[in-house]
Design a protein around this ligand. Structure first.
Ligand SMILES: [Zn+2]
Ligand SMILES: [Zn+2]
Length: 157
């Protein structure tokens, strides 16, 4: 999918970067740098260096309970870290990702939860009605058609 109008520095890249997004919210040069294990900006901390309660660029599982992820801000661990950040920390998930070097595409859900969410998403896709086929539409309730259209428009976070 082309990323028209999306700017690296406004997504996962360092704020000063004005290049177009290539992939994972990054421009070509920043994407390559990150793929080589480098950092996004010479001034930014190296990946794995301390950042709040975690490490920069890394979402750590709770060593006591690996089914939970540690919040960089408060140090407590959560299964659905993204939900916790959105509810408890005022600046929200986007600011959290930027502040701790986490790509916009990185999952903030613990592995088991991520697997369940992916399963639920697949279930929803399996239940989708193909609204492009008119013969298919005739015997389908309108609310299901509307739901199908909403789901196909949605992009996962
Ligand atoms: Zn960039
Ligand atoms: Zn927190």
């Amino acid at each position: 999918m082309p990323a028209v109008g999306r700017v690296c520095g406004q997504e996962a890249g360092p704020a000063s970067c004005t290049a177009d997004v290539l992939a994972r919210g990054l421009c070509r040069s920043h994407y390559r740098r990150l793929a080589r294990g480098g950092t996004l900006d010479p001034d930014e901390p190296a990946i794995g260096s301390p950042a709040g309660h975690g490490r920069w660029g890394i979402i750590d599982p709770d060593p006591v309970d690996p089914g939970r992820l540690i919040c960089h801000i408060c140090g407590r661990s959560y299964v659905a870290l993204g939900v916790h950040i959105g509810m408890v920390h005022d600046d929200g998930v986007r600011a959290y990702r930027l502040a701790h070097g986490l790509p916009m595409s990185a999952s903030l859900a613990a592995p088991q939860l991520a697997a369940r969410l992916a399963e639920a998403a697949q279930d929803a896709v399996d239940r989708l009605v193909d609204v492009r086929r008119s013969d298919h539409l005739a015997d389908v309730p309108q609310d299901i058609i509307a739901r199908g259209r909403r789901l196909t428009r949605r992009t996962p976070d």
